[in-house]
Design a protein. Structure first.
Length: 406
């Protein structure tokens, strides 16, 4: 392998395959591990305050992952220097997770921001390497300047006291967020690879769902007497993770190819891309809530705030999955849209549960979310699954008309 070689633009023409590399799989694993580490304080502070803190740190980790993923989906640069730069980003992500347990006004938060600054600096260097490509020079310069400017602001903020640090964080975050939108006009001309990018998102989803399964295992491990409520919660929690996997990959086909050929495709692509953040966040929050429910002693109940967070996070996952499905090529199907409307109405029926949070056991929430997830899979998956309720009702009706068997 060469120390450094010219960077090439990845071809997005039909028939030009581009699959995730082993290095990219390793990279995704590190970032999801960082997400799991950041969620540790949320498991002990499952409140609105803890959720807000977790959401910001989760976003910065996901945004950094997205920056690397977008770059690697456009440019082919597998040389020694690229691998070294990728390793530095992986180490910076680990440093972010290691400094994510304390409050925002602590010294650790400064370390979190400094590690993020290092990561974004490396991504700016990657775009500077790609500036030699004449056709994408404006694109690479925009990203290099945007990510580099944000990195400087994050680094400066790490040296400042509270509350000045928060003000500089806000400026840095605005620069970070505005960069892709300023460069959006180049997305149609130089789109990410239609096969590679959805595959990376799908891999991140699977690993994130794996963390939800690990949360179920931790909850099971915390039980000694194994009451019936804990067993039902564990089964429902694991089924919920499995259902999310089924719904994401088969129901709404979120990991299918995403080709940008018209303005409508570009809008759908942006919605599909950025809707993944609240989707991933909600899945992670549900996973922490599932662990919390499984760990409850027999006869115990969730606090009202915990109940609300779990219910609304579960409902948000299903709503966001519907939005992801609307960005697919099958969104023009009227029946498909109606099925999503039926599913949305069914999910909204769970809202009254919030008023009975002090009386309803936590396992009932998981059973209900698992049930609505199953209905969502039936309504959005294959035609055979959509016909299943009708076939069952017809068989039951024929059986009833036969009368008694004796």
């Amino acid at each position: 392998m060469q120390l450094s070689r010219p960077i090439r633009l990845v071809s997005t023409e039909a028939g030009q395959s581009r699959r995730a590399s082993w290095l990219e799989l390793f990279f995704d694993l590190i970032f999801v591990a960082a997400v799991a580490q950041v969620s540790v304080p949320l498991s002990t502070d499952y409140t609105v305050h803890g959720l807000g803190r977790y959401a910001l740190m989760f976003f910065l980790i996901w945004w950094a992952w997205l920056g690397h993923t977008m770059y690697s989906s456009r440019f082919d640069s597998d040389d020694v220097l690229h691998r070294v730069l990728t390793f530095i980003q992986m180490f910076a992500a680990a440093a972010m997770a290691a400094n994510a347990k304390a409050a925002f006004d602590s010294r650790d938060s400064a370390g979190f921001g400094a590690a993020y600054a290092v990561l974004r600096t490396v991504q700016s260097v990657q775009y500077l390497r790609a500036r030699r490509l004449r056709e994408t020079r404006r694109l690479t310069r925009l990203y290099a300047a945007g990510t580099g400017g944000a990195a400087v602001a994050w680094a400066v903020a790490a040296t400042m006291p509270i509350p000045a640090r928060f003000y500089v964080w806000t400026v840095a975050l605005l620069v970070d967020l505005s960069t892709p939108w300023i460069a959006a006009r180049y997305t149609r001309k130089f789109p990410p690879h239609p096969e590679h990018l959805p595959e990376r998102f799908g891999l991140f989803t699977i690993i994130l769902l794996g963390e939800s399964v690990a949360a179920v295992m931790r909850g099971m491990e915390s039980q000694e007497t194994w009451p019936v409520s804990a067993a039902i919660s564990a089964i429902s929690g694991l089924g919920l993770a499995f259902g999310y996997w089924w719904w994401y990959f088969d129901g709404v086909k979120a990991a299918a190819e995403r080709r940008i050929q018209a303005g409508r495709d570009l809008k759908a692509f942006h919605v599909w891309t950025y809707i993944h953040f609240p989707l991933y966040l909600s899945i992670a929050v549900v996973g922490v809530g599932v662990e919390h429910v499984i760990s409850l002693p027999a006869g115990s109940h969730l606090h009202r705030e915990e109940f609300l967070i779990l219910v609304f996070s579960g409902l948000l996952v299903t709503v966001l999955l519907q939005i992801v499905g609307l960005t697919s090529e099958t969104s023009h199907n009227i029946r498909w849209r109606r099925s999503h409307s039926y599913q949305l109405l069914l999910l909204l029926s769970a809202l009254p549960f919030a008023w009975f949070s002090t009386a309803a056991p936590g396992w009932i929430v998981l059973v209900y979310l698992f049930g609505t997830c199953g209905v969502g899979i039936i309504l959005t998956s294959s035609n055979h699954l959509r016909r299943l309720p009708v076939e069952l009702s017809n068989r039951l009706w024929r059986f009833a008309k036969q009368g008694p068997l004796y």
